[in-house]
Design a protein around this ligand. Structure first.
Ligand code: HEC
Length: 154
């Protein structure tokens, strides 16, 4: 069901909220995340956190030591969900499969970014990224707080 809620705030604020997108997208795994992580401190604690997939894994393992009850399968699901939707991706280091997966781009769009990087060197900032031909700038804009431009791996 698509729920349309009219935004009663000034238009600029409404646009900012719309751009931020939902913290926890309705994608496979969300129900498990709600059940497994919602218990002790709720999901709001993590909604603005952006970590690398490895850092999420460390946090999630840490929750097990704090008493989190979940099957191995549920933990895999939760790791995959956080790795995909609450991560920061280093656009200058990631391979095409990770770019497509984490930023929900098509394989062609991810390849266009990698080809651009090979031809022109590191991408300096968001303006340069969204100007790459063949890439949907709107899709990238919705996720701009998830994209890092570091020249070193993390
Ligand atoms: C058994 C209870 C419990 C469950 C279930 C639980 N947590 Fe926690 N979590 C804690 C406690 C306790 C803290 C520490 C709170 C503090 O430091 O004030 C914490 C803190 C955190 C933090 C902040 C510290 C950090 O590592 O950055 C994150 C992130 C976090 N939890 C993520 C998760 C995620 C993701 C899940 C689901 C996979 C989850 N938690 C499920 C108990 C739990």
């Amino acid at each position: 069901m698509l729920l349309m809620v009219r935004c009663l705030l000034p238009p600029v604020v409404c646009a900012a909220i719309a751009l931020a997108g939902p913290a926890y997208p309705d994608r496979p795994g969300k129900k498990v995340v709600e059940r497994v992580c919602g218990g002790c401190h709720g999901l709001r604690l993590m909604e603005n956190m952006r970590k690398t997939p490895a850092a999420w894994k460390t946090s999630i393992d840490d929750m097990v030591t704090r008493g989190m009850k979940a099957s191995d399968e549920e933990i895999d699901t939760v790791n995959a969900y956080f790795a995909k939707y609450l991560t920061r991706l280093n656009i200058n280091q990631a391979g095409p499969a990770d770019i497509a997966d984490v930023l929900d781009l098509t394989a062609q769009e991810a390849e266009a970014i990698v080809a651009y990087r090979k031809a022109n060197g590191k991408i300096k900032n968001f303006d340069e990224l969204e100007a790459i031909p063949g890439v949907d700038a709107k899709k990238l804009n919705e996720q701009r707080n998830r994209i890092a431009f570091s020249t070193v791996a993390f």
